[in-house]
Design a protein around this ligand. Structure first.
Ligand code: PLP
Length: 372
């Protein structure tokens, strides 16, 4: 059998990620590869850090993309900040909070779980009470935008509670960054990670992260070595730090970083606040179309993520069969529910370059034809 070049079908990506990648970003990916220690590349890395600081709304010196997907950004935060025996308060209101707990355990820490409801925001009062009951805990971890349910939690309020209890925060902004407000400095967030493939309109595989000075002090004060060599911040910083000469750590994914650079240039051209507004505006348009078809959004309005819409599957409809038809007949990808919500919801993403009128029209007309 002869295996030939792979040419993907022309999909519209309206699931929970990855989202559609802008053609400018794809074009950047195809530019010639240069050495990752080449002065021209190093100059681009500095620009990338500046662009990421703008996107995270932070002055944090340590702001960079990890050369691996969002999950590695998550792991980087936990392996560097959690030492064996540390108590960490972890909020779980969906799949990704559960992964945070797993990360605490693997780093030798003791997770104290604030169990929330799938489909609802993290409850600040429950968090406050957990921190009061566990005064030794020094870290609060939560997911800002829970992709498994389409719920946004109040990161500002949760971070303020953490500060009152002298805790650092580890915050997942994989689905929020670029799509809805993330204010790292104004909200006082400490270790924050994201992913390239959602509201940043870039290809998957990179994890922007930013660390406050307070959180770096905890990393420097560690008594034990970080168990992961690749994710040890002390070593990674040697490559990404601005002032001194870069030391070789790993071969950077050169072309992927061109792509992230281009996507962030595009975001700064659009304006971050305009991008948030675009996501909100298109969410309202999608919602109007879905409601006109008699469909309902699952999450209460004040807790909804504009970039990820959880739609209740009407009684009698086979949700998997409908998704399969959308893919085969319309080249349209939407997401299924996970865990307790499997079979009960569809997840329709409007993230980054996917958040545009043509996708909304395609989605609504496809649903109208298939359900009508
Ligand atoms: N955290 C959240 C909230 C996510 O939605 C995802 C991916 O969907 C991740 C973490 C993991 O990111 P990745 O799949 O890029 O490893």
């Amino acid at each position: 059998m002869t295996i030939r070049s792979f040419n993907p079908p022309p999909r519209s990506l309206m699931g929970p990620g990855p989202a559609d990648v802008h053609p400018r970003v794809l074009a950047a990916l195809a530019r010639p590869t240069i050495g990752h220690l080449d002065p021209a590349f190093v100059g681009m890395m500095d620009e990338l850090k500046t662009l990421l600081r703008q996107t995270f709304r932070t002055q944090n010196a340590l702001t960079m993309p990890v050369s691996a997907p969002g999950s590695a950004g998550m792991e980087l935060c936990f392996v560097n900040l959690v030492e064996p025996g540390d108590e960490v308060v972890v909020c779980i209101n969906g799949v990704f909070g559960g992964r945070m707990k797993e990360n605490v355990e693997r780093a030798g820490g003791k997770p104290i779980v604030v169990q929330g409801t799938w489909g609802r925001a993290v409850d600040p009062e429950q968090v406050e009470s957990a921190l009061r009951q566990h005064p030794k805990a020094r870290i609060l971890a939560f997911v800002h935008a829970e992709t498994s349910t389409g719920v946004s939690s109040d990161a500002k309020a949760l971070a303020a509670i953490a500060r009152q209890h002298d805790c650092l925060t580890i915050v997942d902004t994989v689905t929020s960054l670029g799509g809805s407000p993330v204010e790292v400095d104004a909200w006082g967030l400490d270790a924050v990670y994201s992913g390239s493939q959602k509201c940043l309109s870039c290809t998957p595989g990179l994890a922007p992260v930013t660390f406050s000075e307070r959180s770096l002090e905890k990393v420097r004060d560690r008594k034990s070595k970080v168990q992961s060599w690749f994710l040890d911040l002390n070593l990674v910083m040697g490559y990404w730090s601005g002032e001194q000469k870069r030391t070789y750590h790993h071969t950077a994914p050169v072309n992927a970083l061109y792509a992230l650079h281009e996507s962030l240039v595009m975001l700064s051209e659009e304006g971050l606040e305009q991008a948030w507004q675009r996501h909100r505006h298109h969410h309202l348009a999608l919602r109007a179309g879905l409601e006109a078809l008699g469909l309902e959004l699952m999450v209460p309005e004040s807790e909804r993520l504009p970039q990820l819409n959880s739609v209740s599957v009407p009684a009698g409809v086979d949700e998997a069969a409908l998704r399969a038809r959308l893919l085969s007949r319309y080249n349209l990808e939407i997401g299924a529910g996970l865990g307790d919500l499997a079979g009960k919801i569809w997840r329709i993403g409007l993230m980054g370059y996917s958040s545009r009128p043509a996708n909304i029209l395609l989605c609504i007309s496809a649903f109208a034809s298939e359900l009508g």
